[in-house]
Design a protein around this ligand. Structure first.
Ligand SMILES: [Zn+2]
Length: 517
């Protein structure tokens, strides 16, 4: 065995040269894009038969302190000392101290994109897509909801650290955020803040009151009177005096909040506003003087957010001192997982146009597109109406691209996952917005190996695979091994180029409409 480098790429640091010249026997394959230098050392990621490793070449006099900081083994290359370190949480934290650009931080106002990564191996592919489109899109590599972490058996720290290793490997040096998505409780927010998340998506969906849309005047009146006025630091009389009958001029659109519309908005979103305010204040206390990004998301509720309701939410959050950078309304039509927008495009165009204008007048803050994967027919419109102050959030399609890679190089494993996912779908779909049916998806036995990758283009197959990730990734045997997740991870790590290629193609199509604005 000997050290290899990808000769087509630039490699001008001493460590790269040293690793190339080093004596045979190490079995390391340098990942050239990872090479970096700081005052204390030179740094690189290598692939070894046992998996990826961090290699540290200390500057003169720095060997002992670095050995104390990082866990790993002392080695040498070309007569110089080296530390070969596993990808542990302690080493990730130490690496972020030396290469501070790897630490997530708040993002600038402008275009950003969130890439959920359920397997923790997708960041290098995300970087390739960002580089290919070239625009000023700020990425969020670490993005996971507590629901997704539970279903994949990952901790907040593991999600952050996987993105650290992936961005180090790919040589990403620009800003990156880390999104604790769909947070529902203060305890979860605390855990994510401690792990290093910098963007907190508050989901007050459980506090959105659907009775407001039921059309029952007596019920509406009772719900209005029962609003948590103390937590809103308000009274019915003062809210009426402040907002009832107001007409808002939003860049030429007139949105009126008559008494009926106000009562509906307050009943529907009043408790949600109180919840977001409490979560925001909790985060301020936990984060102290460290800045963070806050997103407010009501995308997973039953009825669309009207423009009057958006104005109500924004003006009330402002009154209560909440500072947020992004808001995800529930738009008209259907944003289902892993497939294009379902609904009237002209109606959505008119809807987003005004939501984006409200976000400029009351912010500016970003309009966030949740379940944003594969909504190819609406990206241009969203980028144009928001004038680039927009966040595109994709959660599960990096996992689908992993399955596409597996379908290419390990058809038997893909077939087994597909069979299992079909069995799980009717149970697993409960908490998702999907409409696929197993009966309409091709039967595994009728598809030849060569046809398996094309299943990833099928509406029904995409949704079936999309919502069953938790069952697939946690299915295990009595000896503790994971039936599908273990071989899935080892196949992706054995074929990093195949997975990166799938991810790059997929995300270039998502990012291109948003690049360059
Ligand atoms: Zn969402």
């Amino acid at each position: 065995m000997h050290i290899t480098t990808d000769s087509g790429r630039r490699n001008d640091t001493n460590l790269g040269a040293r690793l190339q010249q080093a004596a045979p026997g190490t079995g390391f394959a340098l990942i050239p894009a990872s090479l970096a230098a700081s005052a204390a050392a030179e740094w690189a990621m290598v692939r070894t038969p046992a998996g990826r490793r961090l290699v540290v070449a200390p500057a003169p006099g720095r060997t002992e302190p670095l050995l104390a900081e990082f866990e790993g083994e002392k080695s040498e290359a070309g007569g110089f000392p080296l530390l070969v370190a596993p990808l542990t949480a302690r080493n990730a934290a130490a690496l972020r101290r030396h290469l501070p650009w790897l630490a997530p931080r708040p993002l600038p106002v402008g275009t950003s994109a969130g890439f959920g990564d359920r397997l923790g191996l997708a960041t290098s592919g995300h970087v390739l897509a960002l580089r290919a489109v070239g625009g000023a899109i700020a990425p969020v590599f670490a993005q996971q909801s507590i629901r997704e972490m539970t279903r994949t058996g990952r901790s907040p720290q593991a999600v952050i650290d996987d993105a650290t290793w992936g961005s180090f490997e790919a040589g990403w040096r620009d800003v990156q955020g880390a999104d604790a998505d769909h947070l529902k409780t203060a305890d979860d927010a605390t855990a994510c803040a401690r792990a290093g998340f910098t963007w907190f998506t508050i989901d007050p969906g459980e506090h959105v009151d659907g009775r407001a849309d039921a059309g029952d005047p007596a019920g509406l009146r009772a719900a209005w009177e029962a609003l948590p006025w103390d937590r809103l630091e308000d009274s019915a009389a003062s809210m009426l005096a402040r907002l009832a009958g107001r007409v808002f001029e939003i860049e030429g659109h007139r949105v009126s909040l008559d008494e009926g519309a106000l009562a509906k908005a307050a009943v529907k979103y009043g408790r949600a506003v109180a919840h977001v305010t409490a979560m925001y204040r909790h985060l301020c206390a936990v984060k102290g003087d460290q800045p963070f990004d806050l997103e407010v998301s009501v995308d997973e509720t039953d009825t669309p957010t009207t423009h009057a309701e958006h104005i109500f939410v924004a003006s009330e959050l402002r009154r209560l001192g909440v500072r947020w950078v992004s808001l995800a309304p529930r738009f008209v039509g259907r944003f289902e997982k892993g497939v294009d927008y379902i609904g009237d495009i002209a109606a959505l165009d008119a809807d987003i146009r005004v939501h984006a204008a409200i976000a400029r007048v009351f912010g500016p803050y970003k309009i966030s597109l949740h379940s944003g994967s594969d909504k190819f027919s609406i990206y241009e419109m969203a980028a144009a109406h928001t004038r680039g102050v927009v966040h595109l959030k994709t959660a599960g399609t990096s996992y689908l691209e992993a399955l596409r890679a597996v379908a290419q190089v390990a058809p038997d494993l893909f077939r087994a996952i597909y069979v299992f996912a079909r069995e799980r779908y009717d149970q697993d779909r409960a908490s998702y917005h999907v409409s696929a049916s197993v009966a309409e998806a091709p039967e595994p036995a009728r598809v030849a190996d060569a046809g398996l990758p094309a299943l990833l283009e099928d509406f029904h197959v995409r949704q079936i695979l999309h919502v069953t990730f938790g069952s697939v990734l946690t299915a295990g045997r009595s000896d503790g091994s994971l039936t599908y997740a273990d071989p899935l991870r080892s196949i992706l790590q054995a074929h990093p180029d195949v997975y990166e290629d799938c991810l790059e193609r997929h995300f270039v199509r998502h990012l291109r409409p948003f690049a360059g604005r």
